[in-house]
Design a protein around this ligand. Sequence first.
Ligand code: ADP
Length: 190
Amino acid sequence: MKRLIFLGPPGAGKGTQAKLLAAKTGIAHISTGEMLRSAISSGTTLGKQAQTYVDKGELVPDQLLLDLIRARLREPDAKNGWILDGFPRNASQAAFLDKLLMEMNQACDYAINLEVPEQVLMERLVGRGRKDDNPETIRRRLEVYHEHTAPVLDFYLLKGNLKSVNGDRPLEEVNKSLQEIVNGGIRDLK
Ligand code: ADP
């Protein structure tokens, strides 16, 4: 049973890798981006509130995410561990998660930084073609990443549970490194 946080810029492959790892290990995959997109497409109150932010590549206001995560981590499938993909995305979300996990008597085992060079990220995102993958929004999402999300790496570095994985490799190879971390194998895989 493992609890993992996937960090790394947009296009690093967090979603792809988390999905694959979840399928192989039975750990729940929790993607805030997917939850928001599904809320938007079904037109819920949350979806309506989140849409303009997602479309512009801005972060959705914390309060909306906090309620969502609190409820999601309490669902039965999350008892077998979880992979958080897209959360926390700024320092205050990281502080919130820390407190929430403490209240729940849980702790994250590893925060995993998927490292991919910026040029590769751009190519991947442009090729993906999601609604928020147009050049202007992509540029903004990368800026938001550097400004708000990259500092979250330091939070987990200081806690001593940050690991880096080279995400600029074939999908299966990256996933193998992640599985080794889940299995508590070799440390500090690159
Ligand atoms: P990517 O990591 O490829 O940019 P995501 O699916 O993780 O894609 O996120 C898509 C969008 O959803 C983000 O650009 C942002 O608007 C919103 N979002 C997702 N997670 C969060 C979060 N934790 N806090 C605020 N906004 C979020």
